[in-house]
Design a protein around this ligand. Structure first.
Ligand code: SAH
Ligand code: SF4
Length: 384
């Protein structure tokens, strides 16, 4: 059943729509900016902190809105670098957000590069065979407010003192939509989120710092190019031929490579930005010489950067990562062909760091305690 929250959250409002609501309720329009200052710049989480607002207006706000519809349930520190959080939504569903602090040479951890990985859906309907989010099936789309809330939580954890100090917004180097869910399957809310993230009245994050990752929804890729947002796009390719991609990504049946690649090409032409091809290396599945050669062809045609990621083990799935020698061989073929390539030896392996795994584990534990009719294990709704 569709979840409809009792009240809207301020974190999902745009300035324009909030101003018109305020005007309609007979309050002055400039109040909107004051409220946004409290929630987006000073990151407060309670009404009482909004000190410059008259009582009657505050009362109206309280009746009609909530500030943040989420709360942090659990954090698991894998090491100094990766911190993973479970966040609970109003309907008690769980999502996860990851804060990654990658140390820079010669500087302390506080000066590290910071990346936040956000979720955009509860679960995922696309059922990729290697992915924990796909394994649990799809529950629902997140609202823009629930995505923005993830960033606000992370920024409070990252710099708790900001509240008293300044007008500054969140200070992450990168935000990646690589948590749970398929961003382009929650298209309208994704665009709302990107606008709030980017706006000077919102989180004021440069679009270049934002990466949207997609498993390859060709029509939405083209649509996204027209939104006028200078975000980065990453494509989860994971197979360089239809034969291999069909085995692990059901979406490839709907949008096979001969449809997907031209859509990426169009995105690149309209948008003018280099696209990244994500390629998980799975032992014996997509790590052959032939796959590397086919990947070279695609990367060259798209002028794309390739990011190889050794597969991160998911409990209950049989896939594993290739040996380091095999990983290196694969990458070398790309390098020898002058393809721009990196290999991400990802952090946080020790706390189920790959997409969706922490949540899956927690839901399994909860399901064991109290089996419920809304059990998470709905079958993916895409034909295999
Ligand atoms: N649905 C989007 C974004 C979320 S997944 C997408 O598929 O692109 C983010 C990235 O994590 C994707 O590239 C996905 O393929 C990858 N991923 C999923 N499970 C993984 C695993 N077990 N090990 C390594 N990467 C994984
Ligand atoms: Fe969904 Fe992305 Fe996982 Fe595929 S890889 S199941 S699209 S979250």
């Amino acid at each position: 059943m569709r979840f409809v929250p009792e009240k809207k959250s301020l974190l999902g409002e745009s300035l324009e729509s909030f101003e018109s609501e305020i005007l309609a309720a007979d309050f002055p329009k400039y109040r909107a900016k004051q409220v946004f200052d409290w929630i987006f710049k000073k990151r407060i989480s309670d009404w009482d902190s909004m000190k410059n607002l008259p009582k009657a207006f505050l009362e109206w706000l309280r009746i009609n809105y909530v500030i943040d519809p989420t709360k942090i349930l659990l954090d698991k520190q894998s090491n100094d670098v990766t911190q993973k959080f479970l966040i609970q939504l109003e309907d008690k569903r769980l999502i996860e957000t990851v804060l990654i602090r990658a140390p820079q040479e010669g500087v302390g951890l506080d000066k590290s590069r910071k990346t936040v990985c956000v979720s955009i859906q509860v679960g995922c309907a696309y059922g990729c065979k290697f992915c924990a989010s796909g394994l649990a099936g799809f529950k629902r789309n997140l609202f823009a407010s629930e995505v923005i809330a993830q960033l606000i939580h992370m920024s409070r954890i990252d710099s708790p003192k900001l509240e008293q100090s300044s007008n500054e917004s969140v200070s992450f180097d990168n935000i990646v939509f690589m948590g749970m869910g398929e961003p382009l399957a929650n298209y309208n809310e994704l665009v709302n989120v990107l606008k709030i993230m980017n706006a000077s009245w919102g989180l004021n994050i440069g679009a270049r710092r934002i990466t949207v990752s997609t498993s390859g929804l060709a029509p939405e890729i083209e649509k996204l190019a027209d939104e006028g947002l200078s975000i980065r796009l990453a494509i989860s390719l994971h197979g360089a031929t239809n034969e291999v991609r069909n085995q692990i990504m059901p979406i490839n049946k709907r949008y096979p490579l001969e449809v997907l690649i031209p859509a990426i090409e169009k995105f690149r032409e309209k948008h003018g930005r280099m696209v990244t091809l994500e390629f998980i290396l799975i032992d014996g599945v997509n790590d052959s010489l032939e796959q590397a050669k086919a990947l070279v062809k695609i990367a060259k045609r798209l002028h794309a950067h390739v990011n190889c990621i050794p597969y991160n083990k998911v409990e209950g799935l049989e896939w594993k990562r290739p040996s380091i020698t095999r990983q290196n061989k694969f990458v070398q073929i790309l390098k020898d062909a002058n393809v721009s390539v990196t290999i991400r030896r990802e952090k946080g392996h020790s706390i189920n760091a790959a997409c969706g795994q922490l949540r899956l584990k927690k839901e399994l534990e909860m399901a064991e305690q109290e089996p419920s009719p809304s059990s998470p294990f709905i079958k993916p709704n895409i034909e295999n």
